[in-house]
Design a protein around this ligand. Structure first.
Ligand code: FAD
Length: 412
């Protein structure tokens, strides 16, 4: 096996696989390109995306969907070069047909993340790119205008190196801090890491009783009672707190707060987002004629277990007859339904997160080429960088778009 390459791509995840295809296509062949993957197989995280269906991109991908220090400006050139349509066209060229779903999300028509990975690998193989698994890179050292890469006791050389080692989120799917160590050893700076697109831990006094229940709700995270952000969608109550799209989409603020703890964070849950508080008050008032106890007062309006928990949280015992509620009591109950308060404790950490916020500082990377401003010939792409996207296909889009920018530059 050769030990001297033109281009070494370190990390066989979404961005590394795409970079390998783009580089090989630009050069007309994969000869001289090696893709090095630490795990026994490439693309482990990619297989888990979209719960196995792979939300490949988002039609609305725009700079404002990306976060991190200066991220919106940083991602702009790469998104301009590789917009969502280019992504759909790229996958079509690999044989993966995409189909639109809600909120601009694009998925493979076959709804199989495995097919996306297979098509990327088939293309790599037909282009002749060398794929090496169980190949953890432990050091990248500049040498003679190129690089020496250390893989355990072995070393190889490459004229150019693309670091695509991903972030630290979801270690069970290959998330690791390796890339931060490799890049900082080469003089790059790392911003603090924290979890994003993650489940949230809350006080469980009332939540546990609703464990396993899903409902449409608006979740608002408040810092010192000031609303920070809201999202409406499906909410899932869990053993430890709250999850589901309504929470995951805006969970970044909780991850950020968790590392600073600069005040009190609460989640306010509107359990009936389509009903105004005024309309709810008259609804509740009319229910008094049902002559029920609190145990069933909200049955038929909310899931029974949620209704009972709301009544308890509003200070009613389940045996209490509800036919003689005072206007104040009605207002208290309506307010609890519209703003069910949950003290937030934190997140499920990087272990449970889909994405790492923070990473290698982007001000040391050229946004048009992804080339390091510190080490010529070194390129950094994907989640390794201090760029994280919203939930909805934006993170994979960044993986593809940053890979495209680097591949264009590295082969120019
Ligand atoms: C459960 C889950 C679901 C998700 N669903 C979606 C979704 O539907 N849509 C979306 O847009 N995003 C989704 N994401 C996020 C998305 O998967 C990531 O943002 C994306 O995979 C990042 O690509 P990457 O190439 O930067 O990193 P990764 O895909 O993590 O790839 C990095 C690779 O580098 C390898 N590596 C690390 N260190 C070394 C080393 N020293 N030597 C060699 N190899 C190394 C790793 O083993 C890994 O294979 C999801 C994430 C998770 C965890």
């Amino acid at each position: 096996m050769s030990t001297n390459y033109e281009i070494a791509i370190v990390g066989g995840g979404a961005s590394g696989l795409a970079a390998a295809v783009f580089c090989a296509r630009e050069r007309g062949s994969g000869s001289g390109i090696v893709l090095l993957e630490k795990s026994p197989r490439v693309g482990k995280k990619l297989l888990a995306t979209g719960s196995g269906t792979c939300n490949i991109t988002n039609r609305g991908a725009a700079p404002e969907n990306y976060h991190g220090n200066g991220a919106a400006a940083f991602v702009t050139p790469a998104l301009t070069q590789f917009p969502p349509q280019a992504c759909v066209d790229f996958f079509q060229s690999l044989g993966v047909l995409c189909a639109p779903r809600e909120e601009g999300r694009e998925y493979p028509l076959c709804q199989q993340a495995g097919a996306v990975l297979d098509c990327l690998r088939l293309e790599l193989s037909s282009l002749g790119v060398t794929e090496r698994c169980d190949a953890a890179v432990t050091a990248v050292t500049p040498q003679n205008g190129g690089f020496r890469l250390t893989l355990g006791s072995e070393s190889i050389t490459a004229r150019r190196v693309i670091l695509s080692t991903g972030g630290a989120a979801s270690p069970s799917l290959g998330g690791t801090s390796d890339g931060y160590a490799l890049a900082t050893a080469l003089g790059h700076r790392k911003t603090p890491l924290f979890p994003s697109i993650v489940q949230v831990r809350t006080d469980t006094t009332f939540v546990r009783a609703m464990k396993g229940l899903r409902t449409d709700a608006t979740v608002t995270f408040c810092l010192n009672r000031e609303p920070l952000c809201s999202h409406t969608g499906e909410l899932l109550f869990t053993e430890y707190g709250i999850s589901g799209p309504a929470v995951m989409q805006i969970s970044r603020v909780v991850g950020d707060w968790e590392r600073r703890k600069n005040g009190d964070m609460t989640a306010e849950i509107d359990l009936l987002p389509t009903v105004s508080e005024t309309a709810l008050l008259s609804l509740l008032s009319s229910r008094k004629t049902l002559s029920r106890t609190a145990a069933d007062f909200l049955t038929g309006l909310l899931h029974k277990r949620i209704g009972q928990t709301v009544c308890r949280a509003a200070g009613f015992s389940l045996e209490q007859p509800m036919n003689a509620l005072s206007p104040n009591e009605l207002r208290r109950l309506a307010a609890t339904i519209k703003r069910f308060p949950l003290p937030v404790l934190g997140t499920q950490g990087l272990g449970g997160a889909q994405v790492t916020a923070g990473g290698i500082a982007t001000d040391d990377v050229d946004p048009r080429t992804m080339m390091s401003r510190r080490v010529s010939g070194l390129y950094l792409i994907g989640e390794l960088l201090d760029v994280d996207g919203d939930c909805g296909g934006y993170n994979l889009h960044w993986a593809w778009a940053s890979a495209y920018a680097a591949a264009k530059a590295v082969t120019a």
